[in-house]
Design a binder for this molecule. Structure first.
Ligand code: NI
Ligand code: MN
Length: 227
């Protein structure tokens, strides 16, 4: 079964697992790095790591149009359910078996207030085990934390981690994260959307590949990576 990861720019991702389309943290409207627009997106499931606008902005409109099931923490799911959307709530440490695989919510060190100021609960990442056993870790917005080593113990085929600094890990801590996660492949995200999080991903790739066994894929918005 082929699994295809797409980076749409900033921290908006797609995963296609077989025929199932999963959208993660949809932020197209107002995203200067976005490779496409919200109205062109199709989704069966929408995963949301936390409540910040640059992760949830287009989730309500895409979910409404497509009928996608939204998966996030309880607080964000309540907010989405109140907009008439279909939801499945999980919390950190908990996993659930969906048609696209076993999805576990993981720790993230960050905030999660929703755009209207509502309580967005705790921020999270996602660890997906596809039906054929591939492990994909989407860190979400986070600082470095030591328990990334526990996530790494699962044996990751792909880790998607922020390197932008200021709001999340910067390049130095993201390199330390790779050493804890030990993934086969890593994709850096959450950088170069705005000047405040400008980074050189090629310089980071060279450092990571000099110091670890991990292969770094520097994607352009709209690029895909097949697993
Ligand atoms: Ni955030
Ligand atoms: Mn963010």
């Amino acid at each position: 079964m082929e699994t295809i990861y797409t980076w749409y720019g900033h921290a908006t991702h797609g995963l296609q697992v077989g025929k199932i389309k999963i959208l993660i943290d949809p932020f197209f409207t107002g995203n200067p790095a976005a490779s496409t627009t919200a109205d062109k997106m199709d989704a069966d499931f929408i995963l949301i790591t936390h409540g910040h606008g640059d992760h949830i902005a287009d989730a309500p409109s895409i979910a409404k149009r497509t009928g996608a099931l939204c998966i996030s923490n309880s607080e964000i799911c309540t907010w989405l359910r109140n907009k008439g959307l279909q939801v499945h709530a999980q919390q950190i440490g908990g996993g659930y078996k969906y048609p696209f695989g076993y999805l576990k919510m993981t720790l993230a060190i960050h905030g999660s207030a929703l755009p209207d100021g509502s309580d967005g609960g705790n921020p999270a990442g996602f660890l997906l085990t596809t039906p054929d056993g591939k492990k994909i870790y989407i860190a979400g917005d986070t600082g470095l934390f030591g328990d990334m080593a526990l996530i790494g113990d699962e044996g990751l085929d792909l880790a998607v981690i922020p390197i932008g600094d200021n709001y999340t890990m910067g390049p130095d801590d993201a390199l330390r994260a790779v050493k804890l996660l030990r993934p086969k492949r890593v994709v850096p995200v959450h950088y170069n959307t705005w000047e405040l999080i400008a980074q050189d991903p090629i310089a980071w790739k060279e450092r990571v590949e000099a110091e670890t066994e991990t292969q770094v894929f520097v994607l352009k918005p709209g690029n895909v990576l097949s697993l």
